[in-house]
Design a protein around this ligand. Structure first.
Ligand SMILES: [Zn+2]
Length: 296
């Protein structure tokens, strides 16, 4: 018991030294709070670079509103499919039902992350992991309060990760492109399912394993000298939230979630990942699947 207490004090000391005092604000959490579910959840983080400006998106309901819009749309598109009332994304929540959002300021400055473009998520994942945000049960959705040279959002693809590499993180870059065009063009945080919300959901579905390579309309971008070369995880069906065409990703017409149930939601292929059976949606089926299900 004594040893245990000693360790707790050390842990607390480290935690405190990592927190800039200016970032300490009422209602803000620097840790992942104790889970109220089985631990398989989408944990949300507001992450800013060392030189980033704290816009308090974790405190002023901007992130909560974004996730509410995403989840509302997801639920409406899943109604009368596997469940009559549809399904919801299983975000990590507090006992009062609000999203458990963790704030983290990184050691890296914005330029180190921004210059990585679509790969910035592969810098953010080890960065949050080094702060202990690497629960093997969880996937992480980061609202990164900084810029990105090329894209407004990107995700790691679990089914494309080489063995031993952790692919558990999706990110929305906000304001993203340095001109602020991710907000200007995509709508920003508003009470509507706009392009910012669509981009965020698109990336969250990626980190949950969509679109699996075994899906009949799965699309891999060919080598055309763009940043998307060789990237998979999409379908070639216009109007789908997971539709994408090389070097021209727009979500303005996204209105479907695999509506034919043939690719990634509530389909009939038992050996292929199905978001309806994901551990990260509720209600959760008994034989629920992890994001890499059926790929190896
Ligand atoms: Zn994509």
């Amino acid at each position: 018991m004594k040893i245990f207490i000693k360790y707790s004090i050390i842990a607390l000391f480290f935690l405190t030294t990592n927190v800039h005092s200016a970032d300490e604000k009422i209602g803000r959490n620097f840790i992942d709070l104790e889970d109220i579910d089985d631990g398989y959840n989408i944990h949300v983080m507001y992450v800013i670079p060392a030189d980033g400006v704290d816009k308090e998106y974790d405190l002023n309901s901007k992130i909560s509103m974004l996730l509410y819009q995403i989840d509302k749309w997801f639920n409406s598109k899943t109604k009368d499919r596997l469940y009559t009332d549809g399904q919801n994304l299983k975000f990590d929540r507090k006992e009062n039902g609000k999203i458990d959002i963790t704030f983290l300021r990184l050691e890296k400055v914005d330029n180190e992350i921004s210059k990585e473009g679509i790969q910035a998520v592969n810098v953010l994942q080890p960065a949050i992991s080094s702060h202990g945000f690497n629960d093997p049960k969880k996937v992480y959705f980061i609202i990164y309060g900084g810029s990105n040279r090329d894209v407004c959002a990107s995700s790691q693809l679990p089914s494309y990760a080489t063995e031993g590499i952790i692919a558990n993180t999706a990110a929305l870059y906000y304001p993203g492109k340095r001109s602020g065009s991710c907000i200007d063009n995509n709508g920003g945080f508003k009470p509507e399912f706009n392009e910012t919300a669509k981009a965020a959901l698109h990336e969250i579905l990626h980190v949950l394993g969509a679109v699996p390579q075994c899906a009949e309309d799965h699309l891999v971008f060919e080598s055309e000298g763009t940043i998307n070369d060789g990237i998979g995880g999409h379908i070639a069906i216009p109007g789908d939230i997971m539709y994408s065409v090389q070097s021209n990703v727009t979500y303005d017409k996204a209105k479907h979630l695999d509506y034919k149930s043939t690719n990634y939601y509530n389909h009939k292929n038992p050996n292929c990942l199905d978001i309806a059976k994901s551990k990260y949606v509720t209600p959760t089926v008994i034989d629920s699947q992890l994001p890499s299900f059926g790929e190896r």
